[in-house]
Design a protein around this ligand. Structure first.
Ligand code: TXA
Ligand code: MG
Length: 354
């Protein structure tokens, strides 16, 4: 790929400066790549109706052309530009949960370039809840395609520094609006089949969707540790730091003991060990010469979600070779946290209760 200079524009996240937004929007209209904050993670944006701009996203990220992108909109009026035969459920969900961390998979409008959707006849759409994202989409006057602004397989970026770490010199511009609020990506809900199905758990909890759609299903691959044992090769490498992640699950007390034992064994073998801890459990590891990264209190899943990808990147930057972390349950944001950790661990799950 051609290297370029990446401009960083610091923008007020709540009241973005119109001149900075205009500069970024102009770049989008010219077919350039612009990273921007959303409420979930930073996106790597390009004009969603320009197939050449879309192709550049795949190159910059090193993303396989088989993995489709989300198109971001700023108002419900833009949905018919992207999708055909929009079901009433999509409108209802949009009115209830947009702007917000929900992505809807719908039938693709023929005007939307096929490469946005990796050749599928569906399209993923979402309305982000961030003043910078909204202003950028409005000012560009076009839906904006944006995957998370990380290199393929790396953890998603929740700060401009994360984006630059991965993509400096590979994108034209970044709007730096500070850290993102939610920290895990949107929930992806497929409305094109006979049953609405969650393809990726995310910022909108499953419980919230169930209240609105009692029959909502969850794609099989999102679930248990068993699947990794059955078909580890099927696991898409994702959200992975360079260090090996080991995920512990089961009743809390034995999990903490097993994590401690594992850390001690690895340390004895001369490895640098990182531990993503729940704040309340820090003392359990405080005497070990390991790198601890506190995620937040167990009672505060939003804080844990917000700090998760920063923790993976931070421990990586300290040069640890193994990162230990425990499951924090599957309720609310817990399911999205579990999913990200499960994939980061690439199947290395230790079920202490089993
Ligand atoms: O919160 C988010 O969703 C962030 C911010 C930037 O909006 N974006 C994001 O994009 O996470 P990305 O590309 O990293 O993840 C998009 C997910 C992938 O799992 C992809 O397979 C799925 O959405 N997806 C996109 N289009 C799809 C389609 N037509 N059918 C099924 N899944 C689709
Ligand atoms: Mg991603």
């Amino acid at each position: 790929m051609n290297w370029t200079h990446t401009r960083r524009l610091r923008v007020d996240p709540n009241h973005p400066e119109p001149d900075l937004i205009a500069t970024a929007a102009h770049a989008v209209r010219e077919g350039r790549l612009v990273a921007f904050p959303t409420e979930t993670v930073y996106g790597l944006g390009a004009n969603a109706l320009d197939q050449h701009a879309i192709a550049r996203i795949f190159v910059a990220k090193g993303r396989p052309a088989t993995d489709p992108l989300i198109a971001h909109i700023a108002s419900l009026d833009q949905l018919p530009d992207l999708a055909l035969d929009i079901p009433q459920l999509a409108i209802d969900l949009g009115k209830r949960l947009w702007p917000g961390p929900l992505t809807l998979v719908l039938k693709r409008h023929p005007r939307v370039p096929a490469n946005l959707s990796a050749g599928r006849d569906t399209v993923a759409a979402r309305m982000p809840d961030h003043p910078v994202a909204t202003a950028l989409i409005q000012s560009a006057g076009t839906p904006i395609a944006a995957p998370s602004a990380n290199l393929f397989t790396h953890p998603s970026p929740t700060t401009a520094e994360h984006v630059l770490h991965d993509l400096n010199g590979r994108i034209d511009l970044i709007l730096d609006g500070g850290p993102t609020h939610i920290g895990v990506e949107s929930t992806v809900l497929d409305l094109t089949g006979s049953v609405p199905t969650v393809l990726r758990p995310g910022g909108v909890p499953l419980e919230t969707l169930r209240e609105l759609i009692p029959t909502v299903a969850v794609a099989h691959r999102i679930l248990s540790a068993d699947e990794s044992a059955a078909s580890p090769g099927q696991l898409l490498k994702h959200y992975s730091p360079s260090a090996q992640v080991i995920l512990f699950t089961g009743p809390v007390a034995p999990v903490l003991n097993r994590m401690r034992d594992t850390a001690q064994q690895l340390l004895a073998a001369g490895k640098a060990v990182g531990i993503l801890t729940v704040d309340d459990e820090r003392d359990h590891f405080a005497d070990l010469p390991a790198h601890l990264f506190p995620l937040g209190p167990l009672s505060d899943l939003p804080a844990i979600a917000r700090h998760l990808f920063t923790g993976l990147r931070e421990l990586d930057s300290r040069g640890v070779s193994v990162i230990l972390v425990r499951d924090v349950g599957h309720e609310g944001l817990g399911l999205a946290i579990w999913d990200r950790l499960f994939r980061a661990a690439e199947g290395r799950v230790i079920d202490v209760g089993a």
